[in-house]
Design a protein around this ligand. Structure first.
Ligand SMILES: Cc1cc2nc3c(=O)[nH]c(=O)nc-3n(C[C@H](O)[C@H](O)[C@H](O)COP(=O)(O)OP(=O)(O)OC[C@H]3O[C@@H](n4cnc5c(N)ncnc54)[C@H](O)[C@@H]3O)c2cc1C
Length: 260
């Protein structure tokens, strides 16, 4: 039995622990927080093959800059003087072009389909419910400008095999008879799904514990003892741990943790 340390207890760390335990390994998760907050719990739970166009796309620079400074927008970034934020902004700007978008679409599409297939499988095999439903996604628009953007997206989606149905205002209303829809029209992506992240994460933690996974919370990985290019042990604020293998699943912290 291999002793595996998973650093980070977000959805990637928890899923990794699940599959490794299924494969018969002994897993310990080291998590610096308390697993009660974070984006794996607080996200929108959308499984969206429809979102196959990367955010860094032509037209996003001007929109992105407007959104970044609007705290009500879906893309708000708290303004601060940070070298990392400036670097990220520069890379975003550099990649927001047609060549990059065309190269990224097939990979994002495959990743989304694969992710959905895995959630389908988890919904069938896990002994708890996490609110997985396949009811699609409806993108509504009220202006001619956004309608044009959404219709273009629908056309590209159908071209790449992601089903998209363009609906009139009346068809949208028929689809949602219980609410009064104030929209010019919409695009319906029947292949999208959603789940309840809070249920998935909290129930997965309980399930993993019942299967013998050790979860150390408030345990921050500070650095690694490295010998002959191999990690010998992991230093944390709670002491030192040694594993046969280590998985880094620290989300947006991965770069800084890996540099240790
Ligand atoms: C508002 C919002 C809405 C979103 N909606 C969606 C959606 O609808 N659909 C979708 O697919 N995605 C969505 N996302 C993205 C999704 O939530 C993330 O991609 C996903 O949760 C990332 O999971 P992760 O496990 O990689 O990272 P995280 O959940 O960030 O987990 C990383 C963990 O590593 C821990 N960690 C970091 N450093 C250390 C260290 N040194 N030692 C120990 N532990 C450490 C952190 O505390 C954290 O718990 C959304 C994100 C946000 C913010």
């Amino acid at each position: 039995m291999t002793k595996i340390g998973v650093i980070g207890g977000g959805i990637i760390g928890l899923s990794t622990a699940y599959y490794l335990t299924q494969a018969g390994h002994h897993v310990t998760i080291l998590e610096k927080g308390d697993l009660q907050t974070g984006c794996s719990l607080g996200n929108a739970g959308m499984i969206v093959p429809s979102h196959f166009i990367p955010l860094a796309a032509p037209g996003m620079i001007s929109k992105g800059i407007r959104w970044m400074f609007n705290s009500n927008s879906p893309f708000y970034v708290k303004p601060r003087l940070s070298a990392e934020l400036l670097r990220w902004g520069y890379l975003f700007y550099k990649h927001a072009n047609k060549t990059h978008v065309d190269a990224a679409i097939p990979a994002l599409k495959e990743l989304s389909f694969f992710s959905k297939a895995m959630y389908q499988q988890l919904a069938k095999t896990l002994p708890f419910d996490f609110g997985y439903h396949e009811r699609g996604l409806l993108m509504l628009y009220q202006s001619a400008e956004i309608e044009k953007e959404e219709l273009e997206t629908a056309e590209i989606a159908n071209h790449y095999g992601v089903e998209a149905r363009v609906l009139s205002a009346e068809q949208v209303q028929e689809l949602e008879p219980d609410v009064r829809v104030n929209a010019r029209g919409g695009v319906y992506f029947p292949g999208d799904a959603h789940l309840t992240p809070q249920d998935l994460v909290s129930r997965m933690i309980a399930y993993l514990k019942s299967k013998g996974v050790t979860i150390r919370t408030d345990c921050e990985v500070i650095d690694f003892k490295i010998q002959n290019n191999q990690i010998q042990s992991v230093n944390t604020n709670l002491g030192t741990y040694a594993f046969d293998e280590i998985v880094l699943a620290t989300g947006s912290w991965s770069g800084s943790v890996a540099r240790q």
